[in-house]
Design a binder for this molecule. Structure first.
Ligand code: ZN
Length: 127
């Protein structure tokens, strides 16, 4: 594996629930209205300290997308996915953006954390 260099973010951050590595800044949060199979998910402009898995085509409620799962580079847990490409024009804004699953991240400021175990369909964001 070699040595892992972790990026330290400043300000309000979202961290990996499992190893507390910083993953994203609250200022990069674009939408809280995403859901995934395991519950709520947030859309971010940028995330750090992740590795990106192989791309795959995935059918979501908003259409077919090319996505790649993303993993915490420190502990290796899956934390969400990246939109590589959207096939539907109205979904193009998501290309290059990242989704972090709410149940797999913790909010750096208020320590409230609740695991949303409500089963849900993937990618059911509101327009
Ligand atoms: Zn981690």
């Amino acid at each position: 594996m070699g040595r892992i260099f972790l990026v330290e973010l400043e300000g309000r951050v979202y961290s990996c629930k499992f190893c507390k590595s910083h993953l994203a800044l609250a200022t990069d949060l674009m939408s809280r209205s995403f859901t995934c199979r395991r519950g709520k998910a947030y859309l971010f402009n940028n995330v750090v300290n992740i590795t990106v898995g192989p791309q795959e085509e995935r059918m979501m409620l908003s259409g077919l997308h090319t996505v790649a799962d993303i993993f915490c580079c420190c502990c290796g847990q899956i934390v969400g996915w990246k939109y590589e490409a959207a096939h539907n024009k109205s979904q193009k804004y998501k290309e290059g953006k990242f989704v972090l699953e709410r149940g797999r991240i913790v909010d750096g400021v208020d320590s409230e954390f609740y695991l949303d175990t409500h089963p849900s369909m993937s990618d059911a964001e509101d327009a």
